[in-house]
Design a protein around this ligand. Sequence first.
Ligand code: ZN
Length: 325
Amino acid sequence: MSKARPAADVVLGLDVGGTKLAAGVVSRGGEVSAFTTVPTEAADGPAKVIDRLCALAGDVLAAAGLEPGDLAGAGIGCCGPLDARTGIVHDPPNLPGWGDVPLAELVAADLGTRTWVENDATAATVGEWRHGAGQGVRDMVYLTISTGVGGGVISDGRVLRGGSGNGGELGHTLLVADGRLCGCGARGCLEAYVSGTAIAARARERIEDGASSTLAALTDIGAADVARAARSGDPLASAVWRETTDLLGGALAGYVNLFEPRLVVLGGGVSRSGEQLLTPVRDRARALAMRPAACGVDVRPARLGEKAGVVGAAAVAFDRAAEAV
Ligand SMILES: [Zn+2]
């Protein structure tokens, strides 16, 4: 099979999440080929998950007609915490039993190509900035709202990483003092209110407290069900949705005041409700943030969908490869 592109103009993008692994060959322009996902099966522990990741990487390279030597390197977006400088992952809550794992080193040894690791939400932020909704913008905030809430910040044309690559955890900024318990162990984080999991839980709790709703007929309520019922005028679902957009808009106003972004990009499963989410969130963020930052900010949907992590990890790998020359 002939090679798709000249050597070193492609990298391998990998995405390691608690539920799925994704891989693709990515060009410098952000085009993805041979994109594939498999279940992480995180309960198997780090050795088997990393074997699965490397096997997936091998399959993707073979599908693209490439050898590891054809790559400028590989980038891995992985759930944190981790150290982006050393490539060591530090016991992520979504990957049980990992402890401290030198992920970059292990994958590099298996694939035979230079490999870099980045926080997955930061990688997705870079993906949307370079090749998605944020192209051409120098100041941008990204939030991915699904099972949890991940975030990232581009400030003055640079990725905000913090000391070791764990900065920009916007989902874990305090929203409500002594509020709902968050997956990170703290109380009152944004994630504990507006993640898909939290939206569904808040609706379920009101039903258990005796409120009537069309949702009560469902055995398993998801955030998409709440959105759908709110569109149909269900009072309970409408109240939960309004509370969600109020809280998210309020949090975004804080990020607008902190970073003065021109653009806030919302991705993840919950953002698929489109303008039902975006319009009230945009209005509230603009109403609550300080001027003139509030007037200059737009809120738009992400464009890369499930490929954001792979595209972003690849963009990070191109950057690191250039720095390493
Ligand atoms: Zn939290």
